[in-house]
Design a protein around this ligand. Structure first.
Ligand SMILES: Cc1cc2nc3c(=O)[nH]c(=O)nc-3n(C[C@H](O)[C@H](O)[C@H](O)COP(=O)(O)OP(=O)(O)OC[C@H]3O[C@@H](n4cnc5c(N)ncnc54)[C@H](O)[C@@H]3O)c2cc1C
Length: 468
């Protein structure tokens, strides 16, 4: 598709609306918006605009729509599927300055926020009021709520509390033609018309720009304990996940980590590893229990301990204090960055019904042998969500760009055959769109493309994403 290049006339229009200080147009600063955390992609926009209000977003979008200028919303650029990259050039619409927590309604357990609020900063403000917004992607210290909404982000807490879509009640959105409206109501229930709120959640900034949101809050659980369980066999670690859940206990996190991932964190100095590493250990489960009664948590941890007796695991580490727990969580949160510091990698965000995790992991390793790649696997095992980091290491570009894709296709086909799909929380974005024929039949894809056309008939909003 041919789009209009940005010229002086366009620049002057943007300047008149949002001021020159809220525009980047030099290569050096635009280049900072050319990459997210996906492989080594680099797509610099022609210009970066920083709207300060919904009104600014309305002006910018309607202008781009009228002049056929592609425009791509961006949060903190921590995405792992290239969704926020300006792959067709044009405008990068950085939402990071729209970062106010507008209100916290303690009576109704709700908050109204702008999309540029940083996830962890929001959660810290709520903590002081004993309130809790559970979605906590491992990138929480940097990623924005807007990015979380657009990708339906998950994170470790999803196993007990659900994902972002379970907490968004209402959204203010701006359509590509500049129309602005709220999608629903600030209520816990809503059976009124089509559910546009949930359609926008996870739509990766391709249907509208989110300018405000009302989210649901819950009370903060006050007690936590954390267990780190080393396993001698990956299969045991995967199978233990279902066994634990079958005991009617729902941990607040249940993470699988291959021991190679921990070695990367240690070797790349991303975090201090507060436990000793044994070369016979193949993987770990990180199990967090939360609630308001510590005795009950210890009681549940005893049940888990008994479940684990039937698997070959080493001594279990129990972290009781917040400081001990945080040190272990820091290791978990550092894995992605530590792997990236070692090698370019492709991250596959596979998800299957959790009882099939062992089959998925075995399949991934077998496919790796067949296609000659090494993978580091970890993820939200309680949700059946396995992140597969495929390392480039010394593969040549032909192997990396062409051959590996056949292997990825096999992994995704395996996921779907197990009742799963190709992304649990990172989205399709730019890098996974060529695989959309695996989870969806043609009729399904046709309907999805028609929805895009209804919202964005001129295809200016985040073009060349999700679908080929
Ligand atoms: C170390 C690391 C750990 C991670 N862990 C997790 C995890 O545990 N769980 C998880 O789900 N993800 C995780 N991620 C992926 C990523 O952080 C999340 O997907 C996050 O939601 C992206 O937020 P962002 O602000 O960086 O968005 P960006 O990357 O900037 O954008 C992501 C998408 O949202 C769109 N977008 C952004 N703002 C808006 C808006 N206001 N309106 C409309 N569209 C918008 C963009 O166009 C793009 O398609 C991790 C990433 C890293 C690097």
């Amino acid at each position: 598709m041919n789009y209009t290049e940005i010229n002086t006339k366009h620049f002057n229009y943007f300047k008149s609306k949002i001021g020159e200080l809220n525009i980047y147009y030099d290569d050096e600063r635009c280049n900072h918006f050319a990459s997210d955390h996906t492989e080594n992609l680099f797509f610099p926009p022609e210009i970066v605009l920083f709207p300060q209000s919904s009104k600014d977003v309305v002006c910018i979008l309607s202008y781009c729509n009228k002049h056929n200028i592609p425009i791509t919303p961006a949060g903190a650029l921590t995405g792992l599927s290239g969704g926020a990259l300006s792959v067709c050039r044009g405008v990068c619409l950085s939402m990071k300055n729209m970062n106010k927590i507008i209100s916290i309604d303690e009576k109704n357990f709700q908050a109204k926020v702008e999309p540029g609020v940083i996830n962890e900063a929001f959660r810290q403000v709520l903590k002081k009021k004993n309130l809790f917004y559970p979605p906590d992607p491992a990138s929480g210290g940097t990623c924005t709520l807007g990015g979380n909404f657009a990708l339906n982000a998950g994170g470790p807490k999803a196993v007990k509390y659900g994902v972002t879509s379970n907490y968004v009640l209402n959204l203010e959105i701006v359509l590509p033609n500049g129309e602005i409206f709220w999608t629903g109501a600030n209520t816990l229930k809503n059976a009124t018309g089509y559910n546009l709120t949930q359609l926008i959640i996870g739509s990766e900034g391709t249907l509208g720009v989110i300018t405000k949101a009302v989210v649901k809050l819950i009370t903060l659980p006050i007690e936590k304990i954390l267990m780190l369980v080393p396993f001698y066999h990956n299969e045991d670690a995967c199978n233990a996940v279902s066994s634990i859940m079958n005991k009617q206990i729902t941990p607040s996190a249940l993470e699988f980590i291959e021991s190679d991932a921990i070695h990367f964190v240690q070797n790349q100095n991303y975090a201090e590893v507060p436990f000793s590493l044994n070369s016979n250990i193949k993987s770990y489960l990180l199990i967090e229990l939360d609630g308001n009664n510590k005795e009950k948590l210890f009681f549940d941890s005893e049940i888990i301990y008994n479940v684990l007796q039937k698997y070959q695991c080493d001594e279990i580490l129990l972290a009781e204090t917040e400081m001990e727990q945080e040190r272990i969580w820091k290791v978990r949160r550092s894995i992605g960055l530590a792997v990236k510091a070692y090698s370019i990698y492709k991250e596959e965000d596979t998800v299957v019904p959790r009882a099939y995790l062992a089959k998925l992991l075995k399949g991934v390793k077998d496919i790796g042998k067949e296609y000659n790649f090494r993978s580091i696997c970890y993820g939200h095992a309680g949700d059946g969500n396995l992140h597969i980091n495929i390392l480039k290491e010394d593969l040549n570009n032909y192997q990396w760009d062409i051959i590996i894709k056949e292997g990825i296709r096999k992994i995704f086909t395996l996921c779907v055959s197990l009742g799963g799909t190709i992304s649990g929380e990172h989205g399709i974005g730019f890098v996974q769109k060529e695989y959309m024929d695996i989870p969806f039949v043609v009729e399904n894809l046709k309907i999805q493309k028609k929805i895009k056309k209804v919202f964005d008939p001129n295809n200016i909003l985040n073009p060349n994403k999700i679908f080929i």
